[in-house]
Design a protein around this ligand. Structure first.
Ligand code: F6P
Length: 344
């Protein structure tokens, strides 16, 4: 039997609660483990803020969006601090044998550093952006794609009624997974992703060619991290989080202005923003999140530490945290090539 702390860090994501439920239910049934829910990511660990999590506390969580534990972008290693000593001391105060950290590159980056210092930790990959290496999919991505493609469907009819260009800005800091998938599902006429700096002239040519064919409206989907070739934009570099990431946003507004100026066609932009992270997870994400929760306890019971649960094909496996964090998983060029067939 072990006493394990669970935390959720970074941006919230549909399916976090389903992971928590999966961990606790599997842990109670199989190993008779005890669980402590830590508040607001690494902040709750450092402050020793935890509460018991059992069957009762996790009942009804499967379809619930957000995270019952709260989240933050707190970094225990901020400003060169000795994060390992801080976390270890907090774990001792809370009587914890180990941690299950549910998060993306930053939260799991901390977990990886802790693991390198022999702190017993297991990671669960979370991000709507789907840009974590080591796994085929992160939970939350499917929900974000569904929300964004529903929105794109709706934008088609209003764009068409008004003969407008509509730019849809979606999340995706380093990688264009959401833009490409939602754009493909929603029949976008061009998709802009961080991996492929775009040519403004070529984009306007695509829009003009549509108008010339009598298709007098266009839907352009852009990742928040998309950039024009040769620069010219835009990110809000003034506002850094504790992991040093700037707050993105701005590509939609920039494109709205530039497209209208260059083509003369009336243009509007929509930033889907945090709508993509809110609300109930899709059935796919509920299942994946549950399997990750169960898989994290299976890994713990096998004695694995310093690993992340992952999906390879249809199987839940584990990979070393260090491997998963080495570099972001960028958009599969084959997926973009297939989407590109339908541009214009
Ligand atoms: O979770 C990753 C992400 O969705 C990025 O795509 C986005 O840049 C970021 O979160 C924004 O998060 P917040 O505004 O909550 O800091």
């Amino acid at each position: 039997m072990a006493r394990i702390g669970i935390l959720t860090g970074g941006g919230d994501c549909p399916g976090l609660n389903a992971v928590i439920r999966g961990v606790v239910r599997k842990g109670i049934e199989d190993g008779d483990h005890e669980f402590v829910g830590l508040s607001h990511g690494w902040a709750g660990v450092l402050e020793g803020q935890g509460r018991p999590l059992g069957r009762e506390e996790t009942a009804g969580l499967l379809p619930r969006g957000g995270t019952i534990l709260g989240t933050s972008r707190t970094n225990p290693y901020r400003d060169g601090g000795d994060g390992t000593a801080l976390v270890s001391a907090a774990m001792e105060r809370l009587g914890l044998d180990g941690l299950i950290a549910i998060g993306g590159e930053d939260t799991l980056g901390v977990a990886s550093r802790l693991a390198a210092d022999d702190v017993p930790v297991i990671g669960v990959p979370k991000t709507i952006d789907n840009d974590l290496a080591g796994t085929d999919y992160t939970f939350g991505f499917d929900t974000a794609v569904q929300i964004a493609s529903d929105a794109i469907d709706r934008l088609h009819t209003t764009a068409e009624s008004h003969d407008r260009v509509i730019v849809v800005e979606v999340m995706g800091r380093h990688a264009g997974w959401i833009a490409c998938s939602a754009g493909m599902a929603g029949g976008a006429h061009a998709i802009l992703v961080p991996e492929k700096p775009f040519d403004m002239g070529a984009l306007c040519d695509v829009i003009r060619a549509r108008h010339d064919r009598g298709r007098r409206y266009s839907i352009i989907v852009a990742s928040e991290g998309a950039v024009p070739a040769g620069g010219g934009l835009t990110a809000r570099e003034d506002d850094l989080d504790e992991f040093g990431h700037p707050r993105l946003g701005g590509i939609g507004a920039w494109l709205e202005r530039e497209i209208e100026e260059e083509t003369g066609y009336e243009t509007r932009m929509v930033v889907l923003g945090h709508v993509q992270r809110g609300g109930t997870p899709t059935a796919y994400d509920r299942i994946l999140a549950t399997r990750y929760g169960v898989g994290a306890i299976d890994a713990w019971d096998r004695g694995e530490r310093g690993v992340m649960v992952a999906l390879h094909g249809t199987q839940i496996v584990t990979v070393p945290l260090s491997e998963a964090l080495a570099a972001p998983k960028l958009l599969d060029p084959q997926l973009y090539d297939a989407a590109e067939v339908f541009f214009g």
